[in-house]
Design a binder for this molecule. Structure first.
Ligand code: FAD
Length: 460
């Protein structure tokens, strides 16, 4: 429990309205996008500048108080859960877009800027920030950078780290540093920008970011291909990519997800299809037309039973809304949802899908597979109930086997959601001990008193 004196000191730093201590407020900051982790902080603070963050961290370091950085709290790895209590440092009030530089294709933002707001402002200049986590209506740039988030458009455009040019970071002892630059290229020493990107709020608080942005494509087209078998849909992904067509997006929805979406929000998806592949191609109009035709032909050749090409933007938007509703459908399907984030080489997607089926069906576990198939990044998800100990244990064992299968196929335990609390137990198994020691050494160097987001990533 934090002493009253510390709360008074925090109020002196950020002001009374930006410090929360009431029980009902603390509950709101005790959870995130996961369904298995809850822990209340002692206090929530909303700094509005790097200087305020610095003062908060100096105080916390001196008093050895845990500080958990938080944006919108939409992460699905337990990253923003204040698992050791202490302070939640929420950057949502630092939400200014500081500049858009059209000549150099960059944007400078504070960490609390919501991705949707950034893209709305960029669109007025004919620009966009390509990495598109499907939580873009709420997720903040600080959280997106700290998780190195991805999304459907990463097939063609890459993930967040490819767009972070420079950062201002407040280190756990209060020092404010600038890493990277505003230039497209920079090989001056070790790449510290890349180190902080994806560090899950354990190395520093991001207080400003310089981002690369891209011109909006002139045209886009959405194609939906329905298959009788999920694994066959998975095979089509690498057939298409190796043919030379690079769609901007390739998403996979299985029959469970299709029907859940249709129950929640009917839009006319083929309910009898075992799987859908949802493609988007973008670029100049002539190329977009040709790519769409090639995808149609390739899908037919590789087993699609029905193909739809969206006639207009309204129809395309409906399909992409359905894709986004997939996660909502999933998380409302039961009391506890285990949604994983494994990534395999793209030609191993069918093997992984078959393994998920072989593991879950004999155990009678309700499961689904949804995900960014174009990146080999799937979200095998199991419906369970933490209170039903027997079922939960069975589901946990099944998930462990799925993750081990993904790693055995040459994959990784997380493609975009991060380790947080959720995947700590797999880290030891999949990261070489020496690499883990280097990571821990870096953490000790920057955060010797282990105050910043303690209890995350590493096995206890
Ligand atoms: C419906 C839904 C769909 C999603 N789809 C995707 C998807 O397609 N792709 C994907 O990658 N993720 C997805 N996510 C996960 C999530 O939205 C992302 O991880 C997102 O990046 C989190 O942003 P946030 O602002 O909510 O951060 P939070 O959840 O608040 O925090 C995430 C992590 O960042 C740290 N952090 C937050 N702010 C800062 C800061 N200023 N400085 C340092 N560290 C900080 C936190 O400590 C935590 O470890 C989805 C989540 C939901 C609920």
């Amino acid at each position: 429990m934090i002493r009253k004196k510390i709360v008074k000191d925090l109020i002196k730093i950020v002001g009374k309205v930006d410090v929360l201590t009431e029980k009902e407020d603390l509950v709101a900051y005790s959870y995130d996008g996961t369904t298995s982790w809850v822990h209340e902080p002692d206090v929530v603070v909303f700094p509005t500048s790097a200087r305020e963050i610095s003062k908060i961290l100096k105080l916390a370091d001196k008093e050895r108080i845990a500080v958990t950085p938080r944006g919108a709290g939409t992460n699905v790895s337990g990253g923003s859960i204040p698992i050791q209590g202490g302070i939640v440092l929420c950057s949502t009030k630092m939400n200014k877009i500081l500049g858009i530089d059209k000549e150099n294709l960059t944007a400078t933002v504070e960490p609390g800027v919501v991705l949707m707001d950034l893209n709305t402002a960029l669109a007025k200049e004919g620009l966009f920030f390509p990495p598109d986590p499907q939580s873009f209506l709420g997720a903040t740039m600080g959280g997106i950078i700290a998780e190195n988030a991805g999304g459907p458009a990463c097939v063609k455009y890459g993930v967040t780290k490819q767009y972070v040019l420079g950062l201002e970071v407040v280190l756990p002892r209060g020092d404010i540093i600038d890493v990277g630059s505003q230039t497209m290229k920079n090989v001056v020493g070790y790449d510290l920008t890349m180190l902080f990107t994806g560090s899950e709020g354990t190395l520093g608080i991001i207080s400003k970011a310089i981002l690369a942005v891209k011109p909006l494509p002139q045209a886009t087209k959405t194609i939906v291909a329905a298959f009788d078998d999920v694994a066959v849909a998975g095979e089509s992904v690498h057939h298409i990519l190796s043919s030379g067509v690079i769609p901007s997006k390739i998403e996979l929805l299985d029959n469970w997800v299709i029907n859940s979406i249709e129950r929640l929000q009917p839009i006319g998806l083929p309910k009898d299809a075992e799987a859908l592949l949802l493609f988007e191609v973008d670029g100049v109009p002539e190329a977009v037309e040709k790519d769409a035709e090639r995808i149609e032909g390739l899908c037919k050749r590789h087993g699609a039973k029905e193909i739809r090409i969206a006639k207009d933007k309204a129809e395309a938007d409906r399909y992409w809304l359905a894709r986004r509703a997939g996660f909502a459908a999933l998380f409302s399907a039961g009391p506890t949802i285990m949604a994983e984030d494994v990534t395999v080489p793209r030609n191993k997607i069918p093997d992984l899908i078959r393994r998920v089926r072989e593991i879950c069906e004999p155990r009678g576990i309700e499961y689904t597979v949804i995900g960014h198939a174009g990146d080999g990044n799937l979200h095998p998800s199991l419906v369970t109930d933490k209170k039903n100990k027997e079922h939960f244990k069975k589901a946990q064992e099944a998930m462990d086997m799925i993750i081990e299968s993904a790693v055995a196929l040459g994959g990784v335990v997380s493609g975009e959601h991060g380790i947080g609390l959720e995947k700590k137990r797999f880290l030891m198994k999949t990261v070489p001990p020496m690499a883990l020691e280097i990571m821990k050494g870096i953490k000790r160097l920057v955060d010797p008193n282990n105050i910043l987001n303690p209890g995350k990533i590493w096995e206890e």
